[in-house]
Design a protein around this ligand. Sequence first.
Ligand code: HPA
Length: 267
Amino acid sequence: MTDAASLTRLIQSRAGAEPVKLGLILGSGLGHLAETVSGVAIDYADLPGFPHAGVSGHYPKLVIGDLEGVRVAVFGGRAHYYESGDPAVMRLPLEVLSGLGAEALIATNAAGSLRPDIRPGDVMLLSDHINFSGLNPLIGEPTDRRFVPMTDAHDPRLRTRLKAAAEAEGIALPEGVYAWYSGPSFETPAEIRAIRILGADAVGMSTVPEIILARFLGLNAAAISTITNMAAGLSDEKISHEHTKAMAPLGAAKLERLIRKMLRDLD
Ligand code: HPA
């Protein structure tokens, strides 16, 4: 039983059939928000076909319930391309999100900054992205639906709401372009210099396939990075997954306030 429709029914039998409005994907070290949702938490392991979010620092549960008066589905962790070699690894969870009635997805991630004015502990709203990996979760999709327009993939209305929420909360929320690098090794300094020339402001190993899938499924999408480090070659600090996990909580508190405020103001 790994098709999205039966999984959706399974989830609704546990969490109720009332449609969710919004989905959230939480990145490395950002799982706390999932624990604060009042609702039903389902282990990914209990959802046949759901990827194991096997990266330490993730919270491998789907939580459905109320956050600031809005019914949400929160993915406490994601699966990454680099875990399996499958760029479509998040397709089933996002199909389920769509089946649960969501209209929008907000993805979050930990990222390295390429901009001197965006520092560890800051949050950055993605204005756009560069699929630097060249991979695509829709390769093999047989229908013409695969030709997904990616103009305004990072939804202007959602971004306006997030910027308004940031301003109201007194949180600086610069916008920038995120480049998807496959990982799991980090980038070399030369690769960082290369993507800087190409227009990237931040770099990370996730999110882009999810934005493509969200648009494919007709969901509006937006994404926020929490900056855990300066990208390779841009500072003396050692880049490591341990460092990412240690630094993520700095931005996570801001991210949480931002998302809560945006949800409170949703009409
Ligand atoms: N590169 C790629 N992914 C990351 C980084 C980085 O510097 N920091 C956190 N995730």
